[in-house]
Design a protein around this ligand. Structure first.
Ligand code: ZN
Length: 211
């Protein structure tokens, strides 16, 4: 169903909203300009997304985390978990959107900002647009599958009937480093497993030597 109108439903259950208001007093002077406040807010929520990404990593999943925020309040959180959830759509962004939609009892999330550690893919960009998220902030680019600016710029595509603004590069180094460490460890583990398999099976080693 297409509808340009916002559909508001009566919440079916009490809202489970985490109050995570930001105390910016330590970071910026209260009278400093709006940009500094916005930057500090972006960094605060990206730190939260990084926490979720680390939780993904502990599950053995590619470390990506996302958090959905409106007016300084966390509405939903998600960590990447397609393997553990047996769900190819369980990217951090989708999990965060589902969490927020459930909390809000609404399939639209106007006036929200989605913070995610890595540039969203095609599927997630589609879901973000459908949910009417207003702004996306991501940490590091995803050169192979990023659909915001790396492989595509889908938010600006004519087929998207809602405009979503985006910012990038917030805590990019930390977001990117988490990914690098994860893949380095995974490669090292794979190599070790191969070595162990070779030690346990001399026949296969002989076969390899013959080859
Ligand atoms: Zn995705």
């Amino acid at each position: 169903m297409w509808s340009g109108e916002r559909e508001v439903r009566i919440p079916a259950k009490p809202l489970r909203v985490k109050q995570m208001s930001v105390d910016l007093n330590d970071e910026v002077n209260p009278v400093s300009d709006a940009k500094h406040r916005k930057d500090a807010m972006d960094q605060h929520w990206m730190q939260r997304a990084l926490e979720l990404a680390r939780e993904s990593s502990e599950l053995g999943e590619v470390p990506v985390g996302a958090v959905l925020v409106r007016d300084g309040v966390e509405l939903g959180a998600g960590k990447n978990m397609p393997i553990s959830a047996c769900d190819p759509s369980a990217h951090a962004e989708i999990v965060a959107l589902r969490d927020a939609c459930s909390n809000e009892a609404n399939y639209r999330l106007p006036g929200t900002t989605l913070y995610v550690t890595i540039e969203p893919c095609t599927m997630c960009v589609g879901a973000i647009v459908h949910a009417r998220v207003e702004r996306v902030v991501f940490g590091a680019r995803e050169p192979k599958a990023g659909a915001v600016c790396s492989q595509n710029n889908l938010f600006e595509h004519a087929c998207m009937n809602t405009r979503v603004s985006y910012s990038e590069g917030i805590l990019a180094e930390q977001c990117s480093q988490l990914m690098s460490e994860f893949f380095q460890l995974r490669r090292a583990n794979k190599k070790r497993i191969k070595q162990l398999a070779g030690e346990a099976s001399p026949a296969s080693e002989n076969q390899t030597k013959k080859d």
